[in-house]
Design a protein around this ligand. Structure first.
Ligand SMILES: [Zn+2]
Ligand SMILES: [Zn+2]
Length: 286
């Protein structure tokens, strides 16, 4: 088996200075870093604005809401700067300007409008929010918040996992129009605080993930192989773990490496490890 299930030298999940919970380093510095590290293709996948309907029910406070995503005005500038950088560096690297779009159950019309009115060259569809205590909760804000806002609310971490994967499943099936992103972002983001709280059965989500993978395949979607989890102190695991990557390869689901950079120094992080995994899978007789 060759390497046809992924594209070498591509970073398909990155952020820029338009992300308020990242660094203030300019998007251009990320590009310079990517060129230096030998990447040939690079996707900007910034977090777009969130629906008011969601943000007004996030109970943590306005400061968190402000950090989650840019405003509608900034979105225009983001695309403009992305296109400028694309042109400026076209001889050196192929820049794709896209978004990491949130799937929020019940707010599909907002998401669809956003997608209908922007041309994306690449895109991720991610679940970062679940209904929880006193409103919508980020699944990846902090371990304490995860425990208090979700685990206590659902009654067990197992039930939080169920709710999360159901939302991911819904995202695959959702009608978000012709510009719907084709790649599922960090499929196992719910593992982020697993060293703090995790299901008793280590294989608890195996069945659900297997079902999701077949839906990803059926829908012709791709998977973000997101290295950020490996560097999260309470996760220390790639999103998704290797067994999932192996199943995806068996099914023929295309995989795209993603650094999920929120800082220049994150560009290409874990890429060597990703290649190592891919090489090992390439040697397996499927
Ligand atoms: Zn982010
Ligand atoms: Zn994300």
């Amino acid at each position: 088996m060759g390497h046809e299930f992924f594209q070498k030298g591509r970073d398909g999940h990155t952020h820029t200075h338009f992300c308020k919970h990242g660094s203030e380093e300019n998007a251009e510095l990320y590009i310079i870093e990517a060129i230096k590290k030998g990447f040939q293709q690079y996707s900007f996948t910034e977090h777009p604005p969130l629906p008011f309907e969601l943000t007004q029910t996030i109970p943590n406070g306005q400061w968190l809401v402000d950090e989650l995503a840019m405003s509608m005005n900034e979105l225009k500038d983001y695309f403009k700067i992305g296109k400028e950088l694309k042109d400026k560096y076209q001889e050196k690297i192929d820049i794709l300007v896209g978004l990491e779009v949130d799937f929020i159950s019940g707010m599909e019309s907002f998401t669809r409008d956003l997608l209908d009115s922007h041309e994306l060259e690449d895109g991720l569809l991610s679940v970062h929010f679940l209904p929880g205590k006193d409103g919508w909760r980020c699944v990846d804000f902090s371990a304490e918040d995860f425990q208090d806002g979700l685990v206590k609310y659902y009654g067990s971490v197992e039930k939080v996992y169920d709710a999360y994967y159901e939302m991911v499943e819904e995202s695959i099936e959702a009608n978000l129009g012709p510009n719907k992103p084709s790649r599922i972002g960090h499929l196992t983001l719910i593992h982020k605080y697993q060293d703090f709280v995790r299901p008793k059965d280590p294989n608890y989500d195996r069945e659900h993930i297997t079902k999701i993978l077949s839906k990803v395949k059926q829908s012709g979607m791709e998977l973000d192989v997101n290295l950020a989890g490996l560097f999260q102190p309470m996760c220390k695991e790639i999103y998704p773990p290797i067994w999932v990557i192996e199943e995806a390869v068996k099914l023929g689901v295309p995989l795209v490496y993603g650094s999920d950079s929120h800082k220049v120094e994150h560009v290409g992080r874990g890429y060597d490890y990703f290649i190592e995994i891919m090489n090992q899978l390439a040697m397996k007789p499927f």
